[in-house]
Design a protein around this ligand. Sequence first.
Ligand code: ZN
Length: 423
Amino acid sequence: MLIRNICLPDGRRGQDLLVQEGRIAALGPNLSAPEGMEIVDGGGWLLSPPFVDAHFHMDATLSYGLPRVNQSGTLLEGIALWGELKPLLTQEALVERALAYCDWAVARGLLAIRSHVDICDPRLLAVEALLHVRERVKPYLDLQLVAFPQDGVLRATGALEKLKRALDRGVDVVGGIPHFERTMADGAASVKLLCELAAERGLMVDMHCDESDDPLSRHVETLAFETQRLGLQGRVTGSHLTSMHSMDNYYVSKLIPLMAEAGLHAVANPLINITLQGRHDSYPKRRGMTRVPELLAAGVNVGFGHDCVMDPWYSLGSGDMLEVAAMGLHVAQMSSQAGMKACFDAVTVNNARILGLEGYGLEPGCKADFVLLQARDPVEALRLRAQRLLVVRGGQVLSRCAPATAQLSLPGRPATVDWTLAR
Ligand SMILES: [Zn+2]
């Protein structure tokens, strides 16, 4: 396949992209097409590497309203509600919902997802279901699984043994939830224990960490310290980190350099944390998202996650990482050109680094995985939640979508609307 006339996220225009044997063979202006090659008109639109979601819960997705909806809108009621739903889950329903979500994801150009999976069930029902789904979707979507002790690895009886069993079954990454343990000391102990387990097994770590408005929730400090102590640099992610929003500035001035030194990745979940955080505040109400621009400025790799779609914690969402990035942009007030571009990176290249995806990108030699967006640059893609005109994996078209337009009937005006103004 040769795609003619595309823009790239770095601003290059009028480029062609040549795909051979599932990889990108060449990228540049005016490439010549080998004999018999399929030629696709890129229409001058933006071609991006696919969207990547660094933080999701595929075992809970599309369960909204089962068995009831979250009345208070808090994280804690969501956890309680998930506890009510768990005994009612069946493997068939879990698989069906996860596959349906993966269909949505592909149509949105989202081709790699790191999903946490709750391991606190003695049957490991969700683990078995998502391992099955991981295999089923392998031809078209990379699903990476995190062994997530939702009820606390120390707080819930037998959770550590179940977590190890999930890893033995083939779950990829070690998870945790230190702020949900009973005490700060237990939270810190859980971080140490889980990082040691990951080091022993040569695995990555991704913890729900300090997802609270408590400025004294400081488990990310322990996570960074253990990362360094165990030589896990580049393999550990702190997810949410919302307490950092409320922390004392002096303390943060020490913390962020420690996180950078430890090579910690950070994941903010803008849609979910703007919804869940600050629920105990009257006014002013805190936004609660972690300090994204400050972390980026210190050299910490920050990604954005979708976290939830139609589940006990969040009633909306459709697998659209542009919606996630746009919310992150607003909540973090990253409205400069560079800030907006960084938000696009947070749902593409930064997340790919967090997952450790091989062959991700648009350079020759990379996998021929990409999405053609009805926009001229990343900022316009964010502004318009651009249509995914073409979604390609390994050189094969997975999804097509017609350009968005409208037929106008206005005196003295054009017959169709064009929202794309970027030059
Ligand atoms: Zn989460």
